[in-house]
Write a protein that binds this ligand. Structure first.
Ligand code: ARG
Ligand code: ZN
Length: 417
């Protein structure tokens, strides 16, 4: 046992140290659409099996409701096994991504040290260089600060956009890339803030809102998606897993129903909640910053991908908050304004109504423990055609529509405050 552990950790360590990238040759993403309760049960049981390292399947979209797609990434061997299993229950699938490695290789990545262009995806050093540059360009509007450090010592950078104005302002806190592989999230939000700051058409918006913005909440994970494993989701903390598995799902690590439904205690699971609430320096940093600014912050957004959803609290229970009608009304304003630009369809609802129960999520904690009424999430493009491997050619369209949606909801909330 001891030896196998050392060996395994050794092999994993070697992959990291040698800078070798994990490959997904021949891997596919299969979509199953459950038509009966039995189908759903089968998919759920396959998912719980996959918590065991031996047949770890990566569920890009987890089982939720009848007729809601379940997307599973498989190796060729896993595909054979899964197909046999699913056939037996009359569950059909469709191939969404025929070769994950090929698609991943086709996605444009900006060269290290080059400027953000929004026609490619970047790692945090380039994103932070953009933060520094735009801050230098608008020193009277923007201040930046580090709100903490990641496990591997990267700064957690926050931009404060605060234009002097004699109007009543509403403060918005927004973070992206809490999940590492969701590259479109930081690409979209950097585009949005670049646009708000540099396009004269939006000057008036900066008189109405202050923004506290963390472009990359999980910079260790993001770096690892560039250098080690493109499909990494979690942080990179080490909690002494027997199998050498690293990382915590930061969006299961907040202190609302910590360790409850929709989070795993298996350190190798993609939804591992961590050894305790706020075990991760990344979630601690958000907690401390938000608590220190909780009276000012009126709106909180946690930005994810993919599925095209406006997610409302709560995630950990089917019970709706008392003010759910207000949240739903505002969520629909976002959904509809977003659709106007390019016809992109989003759906609005609570996490369990649209997806599944998920405890320890950030916006649940922000609403309940920090008292921010309008605390919600968004799942950006697409609906699974490319999933996490969304071509960079969609960044600007995503930015445009999401900016429209955000401004509509922010203004609607401001009108009411
Ligand atoms: N896809 C997101 C996740 O799995 C869903 C958001 C859950 N959010 C929440 N507050 N529970 O993390
Ligand atoms: Zn996510």
């Amino acid at each position: 046992m001891k030896f196998s552990r050392v060996l395994l950790i050794g092999v994993l360590g070697l992959v990291l140290v040698s800078g070798e990238k994990k490959r997904y040759d021949g891997h596919q993403v299969l979509r199953f659409v459950p038509k009966t309760q039995d189908h759903l049960e089968v998919l759920r049981s396959i998912q719980s099996r996959s918590d065991q390292r031996t047949q770890k399947l990566d569920f890009w979209a987890e089982p939720s409701h009848l007729n809601s797609p379940v997307d599973i990434m498989v190796s060729p061997e896993q595909k054979a096994w899964l197909q046999k299993h699913a056939d037996f229950f009359g569950l059909e699938h469709q191939v969404m991504i025929a070769d994950v490695q090929e698609l991943a290789d086709s996605i444009k990545v900006g060269a290290p040290g080059t400027k953000l262009t929004w026609d490619a995806y970047y790692d945090s050093p380039e994103i932070y260089a953009w933060v520094d540059e735009i801050t230098a360009q608008f020193p009277e509007i923007i201040t930046t600060q580090s709100i903490g450090k990641s496990t591997e010592g990267r700064e957690l950078m926050l931009m404060r956009i605060n234009k002097p104005s004699d109007q009543q302002k509403v403060t918005v806190f927004l973070n992206s890339n809490i999940h590492a592989r969701e590259w479109i999230t930081s690409a979209t939000t950097t585009w949005i803030f670049n646009e708000l700051l540099t396009n004269e058409a939006y000057a008036a918006e900066l008189d109405k809102f202050d923004f506290h913005y963390v472009p990359v909440l999980n910079p260790d994970g993001l770096a690892y998606t560039h250098n080690g494993d493109r499909l990494w989701r979690k942080t990179l903390s080490d909690h002494d897993s027997f199998w050498g598995c690293l990382g915590v799902d930061a969006n299961r690590n907040f202190d609302k129903s910590f360790g409850g439904p929709g989070a795993s205690s298996d350190k190798c699971s993609e939804t591992y909640h961590g050894p305790s609430a706020f075990s991760e320096p990344e979630t601690q940093a958000v907690r401390d910053y938000i608590l220190a600014n909780k009276d000012a912050i009126k709106i909180y957004f946690d930005v994810h991908s993919y599925s095209q959803l406006v997610l409302l609290p709560y995630g950990d229970t089917n019970l709706k908050p008392d003010d759910y009608a207000d949240l739903l009304e505002k969520g629909l304003i976002l959904e509809n304004a977003l659709r106007e630009r390019h016809g992109t369809d989003y759906v609005t609802g609570t996490v369990p109504d649209l997806l599944y129960l998920a405890s320890g999520g950030s916006f649940d904690w922000v609403k309940e423990k920090a008292g921010v009424k309008y605390s919600m999430g968004i799942e950006l493009r697409d609906q699974g055609q490319y999933g996490f491997l969304l071509p960079a050619s969609q960044i600007i369209a995503s930015g445009e529509e999401t900016l429209d949606g955000f401004l509509a909801i922010f203004n609607a909330i401001r009108d009411e405050i």
